[in-house]
Design a protein around this ligand. Sequence first.
Ligand code: ZN
Length: 291
Amino acid sequence: MNPIRLYYIIGYPRSGTTLLGNVIGSMPEYIHVGEISRVWKTGEKSEIPDRRCGCIKMIPECDFWVPVMQESFEQVKSETGEEIDNFRLARIRDRIIYEKPVNDSDKELFTLFTGIFYRKIQEHSHADLIVDSSKDLSYAKFLESTGLFDITYIHIVRHIGGVGLSRQKKLKKETSGGKVKLNYKYFLYDLLNWVYMNRKISIFGKGKKYHRISYDEFTFRPKELLMDKLDNDLSKIFVNDHTFSSRNLHTVMGNRNRFKKGEIEIRKDRRWEKQLNGRDKALANFFNKFA
Ligand SMILES: [Zn+2]
């Protein structure tokens, strides 16, 4: 059987992986599936609140995912997919230190299922290429280990100032005089993980089909950058240098920008430079060199 063609978008959380997937996945011959490594957590009993597919329906009601999942589960004789998830839970999470030990039969089942599942996605979408924005390095390593895929890795790296501020806003921490003051405990957490993950991904990409993209540059000149780095044909999804025509239907998990359809403008995103106070901005610029 031919290998399954995959663009795998990889990077630290809050680095624009979903947006990049939406743009590339708008190619008529491709399908963007979102953070598909987390799809098992979107079933009826899931505790994750955002269980909606990009088509707005709940995943267990989506016209695309229901047949893909049912047919895949049938082939491995699983009722709910819960046992399939054992391996993913043990290994497919990026952590600095801790990894749970893996049971070989769990890995075997997950590998078998993965092959069937991605082929079902191809079959039901008629796409030549799957854009997967699962973003984790551990999942990328797993996909590669199956030998079933022809993978191009697209590594997106966002300025640590933007990454750091994105978390702080989520937590709604300390603001004064309209400027955001970093909470250093969270910033340090992000900084260490961001340096570690981005370096690890760069090393992983050596000798592979691998492209490193700066998120900041991507929001500044999206069309040109993607044509330079990936494929000239990507020009056809853009209506001008900054606006693309989105056709992302069935994305799982990831940023809420995946629900937007139609013509979408990508704006230069350097808000953090204006929003952080002077000292924190200098700090972010200093540490940005380390990834
Ligand atoms: Zn859907």
